[in-house]
Design a protein around this ligand. Sequence first.
Ligand code: SF4
Ligand code: SF4
Length: 524
Amino acid sequence: MSARAIDGAASGGAGMAGAAAAAQAGPVAVSASPAPAPAGPVPAPAAGSPAVQARRVPKAAAPAASEKIYARSVDGLYARWRVVFVALTQALFYGLPWLNWNGRQAVLFDLGARKFYLFGLVLGPQDVVYLTVLLVISALSLFLFTAIAGRLFCGYACPQTVYSEIFAWIETKVEGDRSARLRLDASPWSLRKLRLKAAKHALWLAVAWWTGSTFVGYFAPIRGLGSDLLAGALGPWQWFWIVFYSLATWGNAGFLRTTVCKYMCPYARFQSVMVDPDTYVVTYDRQRGEPRGHRSRRAAEADGAAPRGDCVDCTVCVQVCPTGIDIRDGLQYMCIGCGACIDACDQVMEKMEYPVRLIRYTSERAMRDGLSPAQARRRLLRPRVLVYTALILLLAAGLAAALVVRSPLRMDVMRDRGVMGREVAGGLIENVYRVQFINTAESPLRLTLHAEGLPGLSAEPAAGQGEAGIEVPPVSNRLLAVVMRAPAGAAEPGLYPVRLQVRGQTGDGRTVSADEAASFYMPR
Ligand code: SF4
Ligand code: SF4
């Protein structure tokens, strides 16, 4: 992988060299590099005007996929928000499988038993509709966030970004910040370089292994994983997924990083159809920033200095960008909306004693029409946002209601085709069924059967299968042969629709029931 520094070269210009070097050396620094000043006051040209276009410094293209980006670390409001999101998402991911509920793992996707445990809920394959609704809500939420604030999810909560942040933090702690890493990678191999690289990869692999093991801990009880690993008792699939997920984490967060966001993630490609002029995106205030130019604070204050925009062309916003783009070129699909360039530019503005937020989250319309922040925020509540919100709320309310009233008892009735209706002792006609009782409660269910649809119709477990009541253990299925009987003269010969009903009580005294349609054959 070829190394490429996103520094002064990104913006070009001979006067840039001093600023770029100073900016690389540590805290944002802007050095003097006077530019020729025209005589007398010159009104600032409008953004996008030919004057601005002509004076705009040419840029290098965004780095190619194979080029390594040495992003510089930055502190500020949005950097702190990113840390908060990393902490929250990882506390959730690493912590959730260790929580217990009713004496078992609170969140466990037991694929072997085809049961999903989510705290008090036990879902089976028949509950796939809930998962579908959850996925639809997630997709709509993504549309909503994108309509409001572009790729905000990418910049703060996407696993690719979160793990890249963690790995970049480790890299900075071990190898140093951007300039130190550039020097280290350019230097020939030495004992020091070997030691630093080995330490970095050892730490990366440790985090990756922890991540892979935690991932598998969502599908197999996590408390047993460590001891199984030490005892060499892990199954082949557990080994496969731990190693695969660990390597994927190591490769994606350690090496690929934002290459995934730029070239592999489909969301980057279709986000453009979800943003509109009122969407908040990271935007460079061209009107205020142009014509950009390098200068020192003193030069800026001096009488007769050339009128300049607020951008001092230090390229710090490019150096901190994890995707290596220059936000001053306008909104680009590669921008993940992380806000690092905002923090970096704010530091430069503070040093220059200019107003901050030359780069900021705002909408295209606000920038174009000069809307105040309050006016721009009001425009966030536009029809598409309200429609997405209403749909999400409706689906979430429906899902919550369905889960609350969901019965822990289910029944599937299949007529036993091998046994036609037949006459048995007592002048009764008997039909046989195979019935599956599904108990998703975490207490046993004791069930009783009833039938209706013909005069005198009754139902009970078949001989040898039954007891006075039917007991179904917690979170399990039970398959039973059930007979329905009706008096021989109850109806003319033929096939009749009937209903089989089952009732029972859960451990907490709640009455549950299920009702299924069946057919009853009355022979000649
Ligand atoms: S936008 Fe801000 S950080 Fe970027 S080059 Fe201009 S002054 Fe520097
Ligand atoms: S341009 Fe700014 S917001 Fe966009 S990815 Fe780069 S640093 Fe983040």
